[in-house]
Design a protein around this ligand. Sequence first.
Ligand code: AMP
Length: 297
Amino acid sequence: MADAGPRVIADPALFRAACDGARGAGLKIAFVPTMGALHEGHLALVDEARRRGDVVAVSIFVNPAQFGPKEDFDKYPRTLEADVAKLAARGVELVLAPEASSMYAPGHATAVRVEGLTRGLCGGKRPGHFEGVATIVLKLFNIVGPCTAVFGRKDYQQLKVIERMACDLDVPVTIIGHPTVREQGGLAMSSRNAYLSAAERDRALLLSAGLRAAHGMWARGERMIGALRRAVVASVDKAADSVDYVTAADPDTLAELLDSTVAEDRLLLAVAARVGKTRLIDNTVLGEDAPPGGEPA
Ligand code: AMP
Protein backbone atom coordinates (compact mmCIF):
# COMPACT_ATOMS: atom_id res chain seq x y z
CA MET A 1 0.00 0.00 0.00
CA ALA A 2 1.35 3.46 -0.84
CA ASP A 3 0.66 4.96 2.59
CA ALA A 4 1.98 8.17 4.13
CA GLY A 5 5.28 7.65 2.32
CA PRO A 6 8.82 7.23 3.56
CA ARG A 7 10.44 8.93 6.52
CA VAL A 8 12.70 11.50 4.86
CA ILE A 9 15.71 12.19 7.05
CA ALA A 10 18.42 14.78 6.39
CA ASP A 11 20.62 14.04 9.40
CA PRO A 12 22.93 11.04 8.89
CA ALA A 13 23.00 10.33 12.64
CA LEU A 14 19.20 10.13 12.77
CA PHE A 15 19.20 7.90 9.71
CA ARG A 16 21.72 5.60 11.37
CA ALA A 17 19.46 5.44 14.44
CA ALA A 18 16.45 4.54 12.27
CA CYS A 19 18.43 1.74 10.57
CA ASP A 20 19.78 0.48 13.91
CA GLY A 21 16.22 0.50 15.27
CA ALA A 22 14.92 -1.57 12.35
CA ARG A 23 17.75 -4.08 12.65
CA GLY A 24 17.23 -4.22 16.41
CA ALA A 25 13.63 -5.22 15.74
CA GLY A 26 14.94 -8.11 13.63
CA LEU A 27 14.24 -6.51 10.23
CA LYS A 28 16.56 -6.85 7.23
CA ILE A 29 17.52 -3.62 5.48
CA ALA A 30 17.93 -3.37 1.72
CA PHE A 31 19.61 -0.17 0.56
CA VAL A 32 19.71 1.70 -2.77
CA PRO A 33 22.14 4.65 -3.02
CA THR A 34 21.22 7.22 -5.69
CA MET A 35 21.82 10.80 -6.77
CA GLY A 36 18.08 11.36 -7.28
CA ALA A 37 16.23 12.50 -10.43
CA LEU A 38 14.75 9.05 -10.16
CA HIS A 39 13.60 7.08 -13.20
CA GLU A 40 12.40 3.53 -13.78
CA GLY A 41 16.02 2.29 -13.69
CA HIS A 42 16.39 3.45 -10.10
CA LEU A 43 12.91 2.18 -9.25
CA ALA A 44 13.75 -1.30 -10.57
CA LEU A 45 16.61 -1.31 -8.04
CA VAL A 46 14.13 -0.26 -5.36
CA ASP A 47 11.80 -3.13 -6.35
CA GLU A 48 14.74 -5.53 -6.16
CA ALA A 49 15.55 -4.15 -2.70
CA ARG A 50 11.90 -4.69 -1.70
CA ARG A 51 12.27 -8.37 -2.60
CA ARG A 52 15.46 -8.68 -0.55
CA GLY A 53 14.71 -6.71 2.60
CA ASP A 54 11.98 -5.96 5.14
CA VAL A 55 12.85 -2.27 5.19
CA VAL A 56 13.92 -0.43 2.02
CA ALA A 57 16.28 2.51 2.53
CA VAL A 58 17.17 4.89 -0.32
CA SER A 59 19.72 7.69 -0.24
CA ILE A 60 19.46 10.74 -2.47
CA PHE A 61 22.67 12.70 -2.53
CA VAL A 62 24.42 14.45 -5.41
CA ASN A 63 27.95 13.79 -4.24
CA PRO A 64 30.24 16.72 -5.10
CA ALA A 65 33.37 14.59 -4.62
CA GLN A 66 32.67 12.42 -7.66
CA PHE A 67 32.30 15.29 -10.14
CA GLY A 68 35.29 16.84 -11.89
CA PRO A 69 35.71 20.63 -11.98
CA LYS A 70 34.36 20.83 -15.55
CA GLU A 71 31.50 18.36 -15.01
CA ASP A 72 27.79 18.93 -14.44
CA PHE A 73 27.56 19.04 -10.62
CA ASP A 74 25.80 22.42 -10.60
CA LYS A 75 23.26 21.57 -13.26
CA TYR A 76 22.67 17.94 -12.23
CA PRO A 77 18.85 17.59 -11.88
CA ARG A 78 17.56 17.86 -8.31
CA THR A 79 13.92 16.79 -7.94
CA LEU A 80 13.57 15.71 -4.29
CA GLU A 81 9.81 16.16 -3.97
CA ALA A 82 9.01 14.14 -7.10
CA ASP A 83 11.60 11.52 -6.08
CA VAL A 84 9.99 11.04 -2.66
CA ALA A 85 6.55 10.66 -4.31
CA LYS A 86 7.95 7.92 -6.58
CA LEU A 87 9.54 6.16 -3.62
CA ALA A 88 6.29 6.43 -1.65
CA ALA A 89 4.46 4.68 -4.51
CA ARG A 90 7.02 1.84 -4.29
CA GLY A 91 6.52 1.47 -0.53
CA VAL A 92 9.97 2.70 0.54
CA GLU A 93 10.26 3.22 4.30
CA LEU A 94 13.40 5.35 4.75
CA VAL A 95 14.99 8.09 2.64
CA LEU A 96 18.30 9.77 3.50
CA ALA A 97 18.54 13.18 1.82
CA PRO A 98 21.49 14.94 3.46
CA GLU A 99 23.13 18.30 2.81
CA ALA A 100 26.73 18.11 1.57
CA SER A 101 27.80 19.87 4.77
CA SER A 102 26.54 16.97 6.91
CA MET A 103 28.30 14.36 4.75
CA TYR A 104 31.63 16.19 4.59
CA ALA A 105 32.63 17.78 7.89
CA PRO A 106 35.09 20.68 7.78
CA GLY A 107 38.58 19.24 7.45
CA HIS A 108 37.43 16.03 5.73
CA ALA A 109 40.70 14.39 4.66
CA THR A 110 40.04 10.70 3.98
CA ALA A 111 39.43 8.92 0.69
CA VAL A 112 39.04 5.32 -0.45
CA ARG A 113 41.09 4.36 -3.49
CA VAL A 114 40.48 1.08 -5.31
CA GLU A 115 43.47 0.24 -7.49
CA GLY A 116 43.46 -1.60 -10.80
CA LEU A 117 39.73 -1.68 -11.55
CA THR A 118 39.66 2.12 -11.70
CA ARG A 119 42.55 2.51 -14.15
CA GLY A 120 40.67 2.18 -17.46
CA LEU A 121 37.23 2.98 -18.88
CA CYS A 122 35.68 5.94 -17.00
CA GLY A 123 38.54 5.89 -14.48
CA GLY A 124 40.94 6.98 -17.21
CA LYS A 125 38.65 9.81 -18.34
CA ARG A 126 37.35 11.08 -14.99
CA PRO A 127 40.33 11.43 -12.62
CA GLY A 128 39.24 11.15 -8.99
CA HIS A 129 35.72 10.03 -9.89
CA PHE A 130 35.89 6.53 -8.45
CA GLU A 131 37.72 7.76 -5.36
CA GLY A 132 34.74 10.06 -4.81
CA VAL A 133 32.31 7.20 -5.43
CA ALA A 134 34.07 4.64 -3.22
CA THR A 135 34.43 7.15 -0.39
CA ILE A 136 30.79 8.24 -0.37
CA VAL A 137 29.50 4.68 -0.73
CA LEU A 138 31.63 3.50 2.20
CA LYS A 139 30.33 6.44 4.25
CA LEU A 140 26.74 5.56 3.32
CA PHE A 141 27.37 1.89 4.18
CA ASN A 142 28.73 2.98 7.56
CA ILE A 143 25.61 5.08 8.18
CA VAL A 144 23.14 2.38 7.10
CA GLY A 145 25.03 -0.52 8.69
CA PRO A 146 24.79 -4.19 7.75
CA CYS A 147 22.43 -4.57 4.81
CA THR A 148 22.00 -5.74 1.24
CA ALA A 149 22.73 -2.95 -1.26
CA VAL A 150 21.54 -2.89 -4.86
CA PHE A 151 23.54 -1.26 -7.68
CA GLY A 152 22.85 -1.03 -11.41
CA ARG A 153 24.96 -2.73 -14.07
CA LYS A 154 24.41 0.46 -16.10
CA ASP A 155 27.43 1.71 -14.12
CA TYR A 156 29.29 -1.57 -14.53
CA GLN A 157 32.72 -0.28 -13.49
CA GLN A 158 31.19 1.35 -10.40
CA LEU A 159 29.56 -1.96 -9.44
CA LYS A 160 32.89 -3.79 -9.72
CA VAL A 161 34.68 -1.07 -7.71
CA ILE A 162 32.09 -1.25 -4.91
CA GLU A 163 32.22 -5.06 -4.82
CA ARG A 164 36.03 -4.90 -4.51
CA MET A 165 35.94 -2.19 -1.84
CA ALA A 166 33.34 -4.05 0.26
CA CYS A 167 35.36 -7.26 0.02
CA ASP A 168 38.76 -5.66 0.71
CA LEU A 169 37.57 -3.56 3.68
CA ASP A 170 35.35 -6.25 5.29
CA VAL A 171 32.25 -4.12 4.89
CA PRO A 172 29.21 -6.05 6.19
CA VAL A 173 27.12 -5.32 3.09
CA THR A 174 26.01 -7.82 0.44
CA ILE A 175 26.26 -6.20 -3.00
CA ILE A 176 23.70 -7.07 -5.67
CA GLY A 177 24.04 -6.03 -9.32
CA HIS A 178 20.81 -5.35 -11.25
CA PRO A 179 20.51 -5.44 -15.08
CA THR A 180 20.37 -2.13 -16.95
CA VAL A 181 16.85 -0.83 -17.45
CA ARG A 182 16.30 0.60 -20.92
CA GLU A 183 13.80 2.74 -22.81
CA GLN A 184 11.89 1.16 -25.65
CA GLY A 185 14.50 0.94 -28.42
CA GLY A 186 17.36 0.22 -26.04
CA LEU A 187 18.58 3.59 -24.69
CA ALA A 188 19.86 3.00 -21.15
CA MET A 189 17.81 5.06 -18.71
CA SER A 190 19.84 7.82 -17.06
CA SER A 191 19.11 10.99 -15.13
CA ARG A 192 21.31 12.71 -17.73
CA ASN A 193 18.91 11.71 -20.55
CA ALA A 194 16.87 14.71 -19.36
CA TYR A 195 19.55 16.92 -20.96
CA LEU A 196 18.95 15.44 -24.45
CA SER A 197 16.88 17.15 -27.15
CA ALA A 198 14.52 14.91 -29.13
CA ALA A 199 17.03 14.71 -32.01
CA GLU A 200 19.89 13.91 -29.62
CA ARG A 201 17.81 11.18 -27.98
CA ASP A 202 17.31 9.57 -31.42
CA ARG A 203 21.06 9.67 -32.01
CA ALA A 204 21.73 8.31 -28.51
CA LEU A 205 19.87 5.13 -29.50
CA LEU A 206 22.88 4.25 -31.66
CA LEU A 207 24.96 3.51 -28.56
CA SER A 208 22.79 0.57 -27.52
CA ALA A 209 22.24 -0.34 -31.18
CA GLY A 210 26.00 -0.88 -31.53
CA LEU A 211 26.04 -3.13 -28.47
CA ARG A 212 23.02 -5.01 -29.85
CA ALA A 213 24.82 -5.53 -33.17
CA ALA A 214 27.76 -7.05 -31.29
CA HIS A 215 25.35 -9.45 -29.58
CA GLY A 216 24.12 -10.52 -33.02
CA MET A 217 27.67 -11.22 -34.16
CA TRP A 218 28.41 -13.07 -30.92
CA ALA A 219 25.30 -15.24 -31.43
CA ARG A 220 26.59 -16.09 -34.93
CA GLY A 221 29.89 -17.23 -33.42
CA GLU A 222 32.14 -14.16 -33.82
CA ARG A 223 34.83 -14.15 -31.11
CA MET A 224 37.48 -11.81 -32.61
CA ILE A 225 37.54 -8.86 -30.26
CA GLY A 226 38.47 -6.40 -33.00
CA ALA A 227 35.44 -7.34 -35.10
CA LEU A 228 33.05 -7.11 -32.15
CA ARG A 229 34.48 -3.82 -30.91
CA ARG A 230 34.52 -2.25 -34.39
CA ALA A 231 30.80 -3.00 -34.79
CA VAL A 232 30.16 -0.88 -31.70
CA VAL A 233 32.57 1.84 -32.87
CA ALA A 234 30.77 2.07 -36.24
CA SER A 235 27.42 2.73 -34.57
CA VAL A 236 28.75 5.03 -31.84
CA ASP A 237 30.67 7.12 -34.39
CA LYS A 238 27.38 7.85 -36.17
CA ALA A 239 25.76 8.99 -32.91
CA ALA A 240 28.38 10.84 -31.00
CA ASP A 241 29.84 14.32 -31.13
CA SER A 242 32.88 12.91 -29.35
CA VAL A 243 33.81 9.47 -28.11
CA ASP A 244 35.61 8.91 -24.78
CA TYR A 245 36.07 5.20 -25.38
CA VAL A 246 34.67 2.04 -26.91
CA THR A 247 36.51 -0.66 -25.00
CA ALA A 248 36.51 -4.43 -24.87
CA ALA A 249 37.53 -5.70 -21.46
CA ASP A 250 37.56 -8.68 -19.15
CA PRO A 251 34.19 -8.48 -17.27
CA ASP A 252 35.82 -9.38 -13.93
CA THR A 253 39.18 -7.55 -13.91
CA LEU A 254 38.17 -4.80 -16.39
CA ALA A 255 41.57 -5.29 -18.06
CA GLU A 256 41.36 -3.95 -21.62
CA LEU A 257 41.61 -6.64 -24.31
CA LEU A 258 43.43 -6.06 -27.59
CA ASP A 259 41.58 -6.14 -30.91
CA SER A 260 43.92 -8.89 -32.07
CA THR A 261 42.78 -11.31 -29.35
CA VAL A 262 39.93 -13.79 -29.14
CA ALA A 263 37.19 -13.59 -26.53
CA GLU A 264 36.59 -16.39 -24.07
CA ASP A 265 33.11 -17.17 -22.74
CA ARG A 266 32.22 -13.60 -21.69
CA LEU A 267 33.27 -10.17 -22.94
CA LEU A 268 32.53 -6.68 -21.61
CA LEU A 269 31.92 -4.02 -24.25
CA ALA A 270 31.69 -0.55 -22.73
CA VAL A 271 31.04 2.84 -24.31
CA ALA A 272 31.28 6.46 -23.16
CA ALA A 273 30.44 9.21 -25.62
CA ARG A 274 29.02 12.70 -25.80
CA VAL A 275 25.80 13.33 -27.68
CA GLY A 276 25.53 17.10 -27.87
CA LYS A 277 26.98 18.16 -24.52
CA THR A 278 25.67 15.13 -22.65
CA ARG A 279 28.07 12.37 -21.64
CA LEU A 280 26.39 8.99 -21.89
CA ILE A 281 27.68 5.57 -20.91
CA ASP A 282 26.46 2.09 -21.78
CA ASN A 283 27.80 -1.44 -21.66
CA THR A 284 26.93 -5.07 -22.13
CA VAL A 285 28.53 -8.36 -21.24
CA LEU A 286 28.41 -10.69 -24.24
CA GLY A 287 27.74 -14.23 -23.11
CA GLU A 288 25.89 -12.98 -20.02
CA ASP A 289 23.51 -10.04 -20.58
CA ALA A 290 20.39 -9.97 -22.72
CA PRO A 291 20.93 -7.88 -25.88
CA PRO A 292 20.04 -4.21 -25.26
CA GLY A 293 16.68 -3.38 -26.81
CA GLY A 294 15.80 -6.97 -27.68
CA GLU A 295 17.18 -9.71 -29.92
CA PRO A 296 19.27 -8.33 -32.83
CA ALA A 297 18.05 -8.83 -36.37
P1 AMP B 1 22.75 7.43 -9.97
O1 AMP B 1 21.58 8.11 -9.38
O2 AMP B 1 22.97 7.71 -11.42
O3 AMP B 1 24.00 7.56 -9.14
O4 AMP B 1 22.41 5.88 -9.93
C1 AMP B 1 22.03 5.25 -8.73
C2 AMP B 1 21.99 3.77 -8.97
O5 AMP B 1 21.03 3.48 -9.98
C3 AMP B 1 23.33 3.18 -9.45
O6 AMP B 1 23.51 1.91 -8.84
C4 AMP B 1 23.11 3.07 -10.93
O7 AMP B 1 23.90 2.07 -11.54
C5 AMP B 1 21.64 2.69 -10.99
N1 AMP B 1 21.06 2.98 -12.29
C6 AMP B 1 21.02 4.17 -12.93
N2 AMP B 1 20.44 4.04 -14.14
C7 AMP B 1 20.11 2.72 -14.27
C8 AMP B 1 19.50 1.94 -15.30
N3 AMP B 1 19.11 2.47 -16.44
N4 AMP B 1 19.33 0.63 -15.06
C9 AMP B 1 19.73 0.06 -13.89
N5 AMP B 1 20.32 0.74 -12.90
C10 AMP B 1 20.51 2.05 -13.08
